[in-house]
Design a protein around this ligand. Structure first.
Ligand code: ATP
Length: 700
């Protein structure tokens, strides 16, 4: 037993009786991995500041801070005390058997009413109505003034003030845009008909892309959500044409900027927008006024080195008229607040993304929260009328439900695209993704089994329900060679190393273009397969999966060593690096290149941002990289691979959710393999949603 647990007297399962007991309990939670040091430090700071602080207030502060580390913007005390086992997820080692000092036991039987009363009575807590803009003072400047108290209680939700302020900024910023008078471009109907085609007889079936374009064109804010291949990029490019045409005709082209949360997503969108602009049926002047250049949100806002501040903010807004943010599911609350702060009041903002994907690693699930009504439409009568007139479509679809323009304010400016051109009704990947999203574990498991049993579905399943040795050796085969019988479409990691060896242009002189072509082909071959893990640690986490694959490749003689730098080592850049121009998420492969008058040396090949050229970087110049045979599902967002194998671990960790499985499946373009290290884990994950506490609710 540790010092902390002894000093606390672990026999009691009730709350700490005083500050000393609370300090030792928090020490124990940090030691055992339930909380971070900074969560404990916050509670201790409050106890130091005001020694008379009720232990419930200090404990709630530590929990609210701890929840931030798991993506929650606040601590909902009613939910937390009703389900104390879910307040803090167990640490990576599982936290051991329930013990009296564990969060679930300490919080068991506590009543939210008493905690809320203690919080309301505390001079550290401001009780907020939730509808007003918070004062922006220094966190601890004057804890006596309610506008500066470090904690904010809004109904049952307890926030650290900074996050409450972000949430209010987002709510107020979006609300103002949603209530701004609609300003559709002139001649909208004719422009839509030209770009999307005239409406079908009777206005059915609904062209969701046309609808989305109309909605986003009419207001200062719009959301276009949809799964992979539903035409989000196509719609955005046509939307920009619809907005830009009258502006160019009037001789005042709009200043349009495109942004994405990560460098990888920005590069991918740049490439696909560039391609779509080329196909657009508009005058050359309009086409020229639609940019294909996509920057990261951080770069757009102008991050100040070493601080949370940006160059652009309300006092120095971005010089633009239209801003499109793609992959918006990855935008966290703080980033969204900063964006809205820096946006001129009369600029249009359009968010694009897949609401069903995993949310950002940082706190907040902004797109998911904003798209709460997207499935059901919830258009009010006036929106319906306007949409039908603007598009010639009839809004009759059994999936749509009546809405109220004031109560469902956001929904009036949101459209969900529903028809995937990539994963149509017969695609196995599409069927599995839809079944996972529907959220019925038994039905999803049955669909997975049925698809895995039918040849040509593009789905395979490897389950530890097989006996252990067979499972391990089948997994090894999968990782190296792909699923048996499907290796042409669904390779394993041996394939790119064969390409490396077999296609090496041995006769080419140093610097010859053949070396760049070879590197490009190897990078493309490597991108045909990726192992995605739910977690970093454990037998089926990223770290051990990378070690396992390296060991297997070496045993087969395809690489020379298992660690350090070696030819063929794939790496993932984990931090933006201005010195090399590489961004978080970039993938490179170490290759041996000839050098004039010197021995061949390793260089790491990366595709350039425009997707065409290759650049070679010395391994010694790469600071933050890790081996990339396997990566987390989180890191894979915004990428796509011909074959993905999703490894679900053998314990039902709380990170295993429907959104994680859906994101993993939809990274696969041609083939998806599910590896289940314990029977039943897939079903458990499908039954669990990412539910992040927040108060993002916008009404008129
Ligand atoms: N209305 C359309 N008419 C013809 N082709 C279309 C249309 N909409 C989409 N496509 C085609 O379908 C494919 C997917 O479209 P798009 O890239 O716009 O989808 P997306 O939702 O942005 O995909 P992703 O999930 O990759 O971001 C593209 O090849 C695109 O050209």
């Amino acid at each position: 037993m540790t010092t902390a647990s002894r000093s606390r007297g672990v026999s009691s399962s009730s709350l700490p009786r005083d500050a000393a007991e609370l300090r030792s309990l928090l020490g124990l939670w940090v030691e055992r991995g339930w909380l971070r040091t900074l969560d404990r430090a916050l509670a201790e700071f409050f106890l130091d500041l005001r020694p008379e602080t009720d232990v419930r207030v200090a404990l709630a502060a530590a929990l609210a801070s701890g929840r931030l580390g798991h993506g929650h913007v606040c601590l909902d005390l009613e939910d937390a005390l009703a389900s104390p086992g879910e307040v803090l997820p167990p640490p990576p080692d599982g936290g051991g058997e329930p013990a009296p000092w564990q969060p679930q036991q300490v919080l068991a039987g506590q009543r939210a009413g008493a905690w809320l009363a203690a919080l309301r009575a505390s001079p550290l807590v401001e009780a907020a109505g939730g509808g007003t803009q918070a004062a922006q003072g220094d966190l601890f400047a004057d804890a006596g003034d309610p506008g500066n108290r470090p904690l904010v209680l809004c109904g049952p939700r307890l926030y650290l003030r900074r996050y409450w302020r972000y949430e209010r900024q987002v709510v107020e910023g979006l609300r103002a845009r949603l209530l701004a008078p609609a300003a559709p471009p002139p001649g909208l109907r004719a422009r839509l008909d030209r770009l999307f085609g005239p409406p079908p007889p009777g206005g059915m079936p609904i062209d969701w892309q046309k609808l989305a374009c109309a909605i986003a064109a009419r207001g200062a804010f719009g959301i276009i959500t949809g799964g992979p291949g539903t035409g989000k990029t196509t719609t955005v490019v046509r939307l920009l044409a619809v907005l830009q045409e009258p502006a160019v005709e009037a001789g005042r082209p709009l200043r349009v900027r495109l942004a994405a949360p990560t460098g990888k997503a920005a590069a991918r969108l740049s490439a696909s927008i560039g391609e779509q602009i080329g196909r657009l049926d508009v005058a050359p002047g309009v086409r020229a006024a639609i940019p294909a250049d996509v920057v990261t949100v951080h770069r757009l806002l102008g991050r100040r080195a070493g601080s949370r501040q940006f160059r652009h903010h309300a006092g120095r807004p971005l010089p633009l008229d239209v801003l499109v943010v793609d992959e918006a599911s990855m935008v966290d609350l703080e980033m969204m607040a900063s964006l809205l702060d820096a946006l001129p009041p009369d600029a249009r903002l359009v968010l694009i993304g897949d609401k069903d994907q995993l949310a950002s690693v940082e706190a907040g699930a902004v797109l998911g929260d904003l798209c709460r009504d997207a499935e059901e439409g919830r258009y009010g009568a006036s929106t319906r009328q306007w949409l039908e007139a603007a598009t010639g479509l009839a809004l009759r679809d059994p999936r749509l439900r009546e809405g109220d323009a004031a109560r469902h304010l956001l929904a009036q400016q949101t459209v969900m695209l529903r028809d995937s051109r990539r994963f149509g009704p017969d695609s196995g990947i599409g069927r599995l993704a839809r079944s996972v999203n529907a959220g019925d574990p038994a039905a999803a498991c049955a669909e997975l089994q049925r698809l895995a049993d039918s040849a040509g579905s593009g789905i395979s399943l490897l389950s530890a329900a097989d006996d252990g040795a067979a499972f391990a050796s089948r997994l090894d085969t999968l990782l190296l060679d792909g699923p048996p019988g499907a290796q042409a479409v669904a390779p394993g990691h041996a394939a790119y190393l064969h390409a490396l060896r077999d296609a090496r242009p041995v006769d080419a002189a140093p610097g010859d273009a053949a070396w760049e072509d070879w590197a490009r082909a190897i990078l493309a071959a490597f991108d045909r397969f990726r192992v995605l893990c739910a977690v970093r640690q454990g037998d089926h986490g990223v770290v051990r999966s990378n070690q396992r694959i390296a060991r297997l490749l070496r045993a087969r003689g395809l690489i020379e060593r298992e660690d350090g730098w070696y030819e063929g080592r794939p790496v993932l850049v984990t931090r933006n690096d201005p010195a090399t121009g590489l961004v978080n998420g970039d993938i490179g492969i170490a290759l041996e290149l000839p050098a004039p008058g010197a021995a061949p040396a390793l260089r790491v090949a990366f595709l350039r941002g425009d997707g065409g050229g290759v650049r070679f970087v010395l391994p010694s110049r790469l600071g933050a990289v890790e081996t990339a045979y396997a990566m987390t599902v989180h890191k894979s967002q915004g990428s796509e691979f011909a074959h993905t194998a999703l490894l679900l671990p053998d314990s039902a960790s709380p990170v295993l959710t429907r959104e994680l499985v859906y994101t993993g499946i939809t990274r696969a373009a041609a083939w998806f393999t599910l590896v289940e290290a314990a029977p039943g884990v897939f079903g458990t994950a499908v039954g669990r949603r990412v539910r992040r506490a927040s108060g993002l609710d916008i009404c008129a």
